[in-house]
Design a protein around this ligand. Sequence first.
Ligand code: SF4
Length: 210
Amino acid sequence: MIRWEDLRPLLEEFYQREFPDHVKEEPWKVAIGCILSQRTRDEVTDAAYRRLLSRYPTLEDLASADPSEVEKLIYPVGFYRQKARRIVEAARYMLENGVKPSLEELLKIPGIGRKCANIVLAYGFGVPAIPVDTHVERVSKRLGIADPKDSPQRVEEKLRNLIPREMWIIVNHALVRFGREICRPVSPRCEICPLREICPSSRVKGSSHP
Ligand code: SF4
């Protein structure tokens, strides 16, 4: 089992990297960026996000947008037609109800699931939260922090138990970077991984990967 003292240096190292544009904003923009980013690479999300926000710079503008115009601006993000409708619905909801730093309240926004709600908390409000996306889930399971069959919510709970609350804020960003650069979905780079000696899935030790 990985201990917090083992994980901390890795999180701190991988947190020191650049953030994509769509997570460096005020809460309503982070929410919109998260809807855009689902199943889409950061570079494509960022370009679509900039086009969208330069045409509709305020929440009021976006709430009154025509979804077919939004579609054209965000193409080629994945599921751009559905996302365009969700973005306008989410903007209308946030305009009417505000955006509050509460998981329960954020989950009421159309198109916002648990991962995006935690992203808005962590990146939009600076509130301790651990968004679990595909990278965070995979890395946590390989490291033995979570079990192979755990749901993303269970992975989140186990990370919250392992990591001190004041450090939750860096977990998503650090593990996403680590998951992209070292603990990749295919061919993880165990030979240069700083955790290779203690990771139960390390290839260097000949173990298999979930
Ligand atoms: S040793 Fe390999 S499987 Fe384990 S965390 Fe490092 S890269 Fe991932």
